[in-house]
Design a protein around this ligand. Structure first.
Ligand code: EPZ
Length: 416
């Protein structure tokens, strides 16, 4: 079990580069199965989740080579159609492979991804979408078998703009016969990145980034090379980590339109944000101001930034109201934060955050990926030393976080 040892109190200052997006990389890596050709990807972050995804692709028969940030995937020889159960459990977002495997092989077997630390994470919308494409679903003892003779395009309305369901339906529909229209589709930037990647591969998709996406089935796909978008959640996390210290940082390689909801809320708390072409500068303030947050599907405030923001608001002047509207159990980290002196009351979906003057270093656990990032945010500003245990969660989604924070002046070490 790995831990971070962080001595708080330093202002974060300086310049750092963002990494590629975890949540764009995972569906794009899955999409490489569709072509049976070679895909060359740049800016894929080297984190646990992308490593797990590459392991699964290799198990399925892909030839993989990685060289300083460039990933080559040759999916000519896909042999099996089963996603290994232990890897499904290790990373629930492996379910995104289902659409790609079905799209290519017309059948796939996988187990229910199961819940995780932030909620039950059902996949009913994924399965309903597959059925509407003519895919038969057989479930027995936790395992799901999907098969069909052909995939037929259809009109699919999502009850909720689920990111994963939107991506999985797109993947299953790329090689279908006919057109598929997804209405009430998720509008996240990662879906636009998936559309751009697939269209470069020869697919015919339009509308990603809006709530209506059209996929016209094609017969063949080709070799492609593509650069993954920057990670908007990592960028937001770094900005909050600087803001809580009253520091001043520049983050390079940023798509500003992806982080407007985050910028808007950072400014409400009193930080100054200067936007240049593809970089962002945050100038912190001595005392942050409280503000209210409601997590919503994009372009609303992202649920993945909720925990880090609560951490930052726990030392703001005044009381903040935070409403988590996306996941039913995304406050697990709060108990750990209160061990550092935060004053937070949870009532159902609402967190009432009463700002305190200073947090105090303590021994705490990372409860999940973004909960772990929240603990780092608190520890960086806390008085004294903190030990954050179970940082394997954090390593799933943040590339070289300790190195980036050290470069910005934080006192952080990894302890085995
Ligand atoms: C993606 O998860 C992201 N993960 C999540 O990031 C992110 O929090 C989430 O989208 C929302 O933006 C990846 O992209 C790998 P959803 P996903 O389907 O696709 C319910 C992180 O920290 N739902 O939009 O699982 C579901 O229970 C991770 O990087 C159904 O009810 O999110 C949840 O309440 C965490 N039925 C809501 O929709 C379904 O079939 C949003 O889920 C599917 C989802």
């Amino acid at each position: 079990m790995l831990s971070y040892i962080i001595e708080g109190g330093n202002k974060l200052e300086g310049e750092v580069n963002s990494s590629g997006s975890k949540n764009a990389s995972l569906p794009i890596l899955a999409a490489t199965i569709l072509s049976g050709k070679t895909s060359t990807l740049y800016n894929v972050p080297n984190i646990q989740d992308t490593q797990t995804m590459l392991r699964i692709l290799k198990l399925l028969g892909c030839k993989i080579s990685k060289k300083n940030g460039k990933v080559n995937i040759d999916s000519r020889d896909i042999k099996i159609q089963e996603i290994p159960d232990e890897l499904m459990r290790k990373m629930r977002s492996s379910v995104i492979l289902a659409g790609a495997i079905i799209g290519r092989q017309k059948n796939a077997t996988f187990s229910y991804p199961g819940g995780c630390d932030i909620g039950t994470r059902p996949i009913d919308l994924h399965l309903k979408g597959f059925e509407q494409l003519g895919i038969k679903i057989e479930e027995s003892g936790g395992s799901i078998r999907c098969h069909c003779d052909k995939i037929t395009g259809n009109d699919i309305h999502l009850d909720f703009p689920s990111v994963g369901a939107t991506e999985n339906i797109i993947l299953a529909a790329v090689l279908a016969e006919g057109d598929t229209i997804i209405t009430n589709a998720a509008m996240e930037p990662e879906i636009v990145d998936l559309q751009n990647f697939l269209n470069k591969m020869g697919a015919k998709i339009s509308g990603a980034g809006t709530n209506i996406i059209k996929i016209t089935g094609v017969k063949n796909l080709k070799d492609v090379s593509y650069t993954v978008m920057p990670d908007r959640i990592e960028i937001g996390t770094l900005l909050c980590m600087s803001a809580i210290t009253g520091g001043e940082i520049i983050v390079n390689n940023v798509k500003i339109e992806h982080i407007r909801p985050i910028i808007h809320k950072l400014e409400e708390t009193g930080s100054k944000v200067i936007i240049e072409k593809n970089k962002i500068q945050l100038i912190g303030t001595k005392k942050l101001k409280a503000t209210d947050i409601k997590t919503m599907p994009y372009p609303g405030f992202p649920t993945d930034m909720q925990s880090v923001f609560v951490s930052m608001l726990s030392t703001a002047k005044g009381t903040s109201m935070v409403v988590e509207n996306i996941f039913e159990n995304r406050y697990k980290y709060v108990n750990e934060l209160t061990r550092m002196g935060a004053k937070i009351k949870i009532e159902g979906k609402v967190a009432i955050v009463k700002g305190v003057r200073k947090l105090v270093g303590a021994e705490v656990n990372a409860t999940d990926l973004r909960g772990g990032a929240a603990m780092c945010t608190a520890a960086i500003a806390a008085k004294g030393i903190s030990k954050i245990k179970n940082i394997e969660y954090i390593l799933r989604g943040y590339e070289n976080l300790d190195k980036k924070l050290t470069k910005l002046g934080a006192n952080i070490k990894i302890q085995k």
